[in-house]
Every structure is written in structure tokens, then in C-alpha cells.
Ligand binder design. Structure first.
Ligand code: PLP
Length: 383
């Protein structure tokens, strides 16, 4: 299997291990943590990311992002930590989009100063503002699009171009889009990361992270990640391989549900606003149409003040009030009560995150059931 096959074929077949012993249909799991050293050229060891299942899975995911190489890690944050700490040293500066996953923001805010590493959060989505923030010691740019929770869209191609003009590397968190809806390497981005805990895993039962880039860059990150000790077990790597076989059909259905739910919510009287890049009224719609294959399966909306948020969550029968996202079951969360709980009311308001903001992660259920679930929950939570 190689990159000339279609996306769905690669999901199912690329990187799988042949069962030469029994000719079974699926990859065997190789659980050894001790491998012979006499007759092999690669030193195989789980923490070196070189077991057969780790290597095969990295090939599969690399092929889905049109990358030369990949690395599978124990979590999405392990992937981000491995990139930033292998690419920055004391005295270096990083440019970061402000609307970033909370864990990434915490990593930068809490750890960088201990190593004399500098950073600037850019609050706008305007490329000119990123250009202006570049310093002589800037080494890289870290973006995330669509962003959480307002689904803002960053211009991937322009960021990559500006970075190249200034000799900087680029990292994108592509978790929300998944490889089904967006392939940033095609637009010139150097490194792509995913929290595989979300769409790649897809069943809310795996914690893992992945990185995709060139052979050279992945090798550099691997050298650091070996020291960090952030590998994924072969059992979990196998589960992730199994999940990715259905990645395309899952995310397609989830995305379709998000489109339909956005269209359903937009005209509702009890909904003040809907944020979904697939809606023509979304400020990032045109840009999203250019750089995304489809608009993804995450959407947010603001409930009317006459709806009690807590009873809305408690009244839902299908949507689960859970913190994570990307599973086959639909989920719902409140940014104020979860991801953005540490911000002051004023900081949240500045970022456009209203108290009544609700974020949906669409699953693969029947859309009519999801619509009626929201309708009845609104009905039962009216003040
Ligand atoms: C969950 C998430 C992460 C972190 O991934 P973990 O697997 O929890 O470490 C990073 N970025 C985004 C956008 C996420 O949703």
C-alpha cells in the first residue's frame, strides 16, 4: 500500500502488518519489550518508537496526512511537548495563536519561563499581526484551526508562506478537522499534530497523540521523545489501528450531522448564535471552503438567557455532557465550566466566550433523534 491509493483504502490497509504465520486478516500484536540485538539493524524497543505495531501505525497516519513520516505518542500533549522542546532552546521565541487548546496554552505559560524560552500569543487571526510579532529570535509558529470553541479559521497557506519567508518552522494542531477534513502539509505546514484521543481513536476509549512531518524532522523529534519517554503501548497502538480503518466513514457521518444540526439551530428562537464554519454567516466560511475538504463535526451555539444551562445539560438524553470530543456518541460541553474555567469573566468575554455558550461534538446517531433531543431539553430548561 502506498500514497497512490485512495484515502479510504489507506485507512484500511496502509501500514498493516502481514500475518505470515496464519494468514489472518488483521495485524498481529507484537508485545515484546525485549528484542534480540544480534541480527537486526534497528534497535527495537517500545520507548524508541520502533516496535512493529508502532512503526506500522505511524506509516498509516502519515499516509493520511500526505506526510513522509509519523510518530505515535502517549497523548496529544506528549506530541506537542515533543515538538516544542525538540525545536526550541533557551533564548528562543515562539509565536502562538491565542485561541489554542487549553493544555497547549498551559504548557507554554507554565513551563517555558523555566527554560528561558520566550513566546507571544497573537490575539487576532490577521496574518499582518503575526508578521509584526516576529522577533529576531523567533524560531517557529504554532496554530490551531478550526479553533476551540468558536471554530475560528486561520489562513494556513498564508501562515506557512510568512514562516518560510522568515525561516521559521510551523506546527498546526489539526485535531478538530481530522485528516478527513483538512491536510495542512498540502498548504506548506511543516508539522501536523493530532490528539488521537479524539477523532482518530473515535470511540472515547483511547488516549494517544500523533505527529506527522518529513523523515528528517520526525527523526529529530524522535531523538528528544526517547528521552522524554512518551511512547504508546502496542496494545493501544493496535486499538488505534483498528479505529482508523473506519475513520473516513465515521467523520463523514459526523460532519454531515454537524451541517444539519447547524442549519436546524440557526433559525431557532431560543438560540442566539451558531458558530459553524459551514454556515455562510460564519466569518471564516470562505477561508474554510478553500483549505478544508469539509467543515468538521464540531459546532457551538449560544443559548438564550431564558434557558437554564445546567438543566439543559441534565435534560439531554442522547448528547452526553462530557469533556472530550470526537467520539461516535454525540457530546456536549460548556466552555465556561470546562476548558475556559480558569479565565476570569472578563477574559472570557474578551475572547467572545459567552456564559451561555454550548459546544457540540457530533456523533453518528440519526440526526432526527439529535434534533428532538435538543428541542426537548430546551423545552424542559426554560426559566
Ligand atoms: C484533546 C486535545 C489536545 C490534547 O490531547 P490529549 O490527548 O488530551 O493529550 C490537543 N489539542 C486539541 C485540539 C485537543 O482537543
Amino acid at each position: 500500500m502506498n500514497h497512490t491509493h485512495g484515502f479510504k483504502t489507506r485507512c484500511v490497509h496502509t501500514g498493516n502488518i502481514e500475518d505470515n504465520l496464519y494468514h489472518g486478516a488483521v495485524s498481529p500484536i507484537f508485545l515484546s519489550s525485549a528484542y534480540g540485538f544480534l541480527d537486526q539493524e534497528v534497535g527495537r524497543y517500545p520507548r524508541y518508537f520502533t516496535t512493529p505495531n508502532q512503526v506500522g501505525l505511524a506509516q498509516k497516519i502519515a499516509s493520511l496526512e500526505n506526510a513522509q513520516a509519523g510518530l505515535i505518542l502517549g497523548s496529544g500533549m506528549a506530541a506537542i511537548t515533543a515538538v516544542l522542546f525538540s525545536h526550541l532552546k533557551s533564548g528562543d521565541h515562539l509565536l502562538v495563536q491565542q485561541d489554542l487548546y487549553g493544555g497547549s496554552t498551559n504548557l507554554i505559560r507554565e513551563e517555558f519561563s523555566k527554560y528561558q524560552m520566550d513566546y507571544t500569543f497573537v490575539s487576532s487571526f490577521d496574518i499582518e499581526d503575526f508578521k509584526k510579532a516576529i522577533k529576531t529570535n523567533t524560531k517557529g509558529i504554532f496554530i490551531e484551526t478550526p479553533s476551540n470553541p468558536l471554530l475560528k479559521i486561520m489562513d494556513i497557506e498564508s501562515i506557512a508562506r510568512v514562516a518560510k519567508e522568515h525561516g521559521l518552522w510551523t506546527l498546526i494542531d489539526n485535531t478538530f478537522a481530522s485528516p478527513v477534513n483538512q491536510n495542512p502539509i498540502d498548504f506548506g505546514i511543516d508539522m501536523v499534530m493530532h490528539s488521537a484521543t479524539k477523532y482518530l481513536g473515535g470511540h472515547s476509549d483511547i488516549c494517544a497523540g500523533v505527529l506527522l512531518s518529513s523523515h528528517k524532522t520526525i527523526s529529530k523529534i524522535r531523538d528528544f521523545a526517547k528521552n522524554l519517554g512518551a511512547s504508546l503501548s502496542d496494545n493501544t497502538a493496535w486499538l488505534l489501528e483498528r479505529s482508523i480503518k473506519t475513520l473516513f466513514i465515521r467523520v463523514k457521518e459526523q460532519t454531515k450531522n454537524a451541517h444539519q444540526l447547524a442549519a436546524f439551530l440557526e433559525p431557532m428562537k431560543s438560540i442566539k448564535k451558531v458558530y459553524y464554519p459551514g454556515l455562510k454567516t460564519h466569518p471564516g466560511h470562505q477561508l474554510a471552503s478553500k483549505q478544508m475538504k469539509d467543515y468538521g463535526a464540531m459546532l457551538s451555539c449560544v443559548l438564550d438567557d431564558h434557558i437554564d444551562l445546567i438543566s439543559f445539560f441534565k435534560s439531554l438524553k442522547i448528547f452526553k455532557p462530557v469533556i472530550s470530543l470526537g467520539g461516535v456518541e454525540s457530546g456536549v460541553s460548556s466552555p465556561k465550566m470546562t476548558s475556559h474555567i480558569l479565565l476570569t469573566d472578563q477574559e472570557r468575554r474578551q475572547q467572545g466566550i459567552e456564559d451561555q455558550l454550548v459546544r457540540f461534538s457530533l456523533g453518528i446517531e440519526n440526526i432526527e433523534d439529535l434534533k428532538s433531543d435538543i428541542q426537548q431539553a430546551i423545552h424542559h430548561s426554560r426559566l
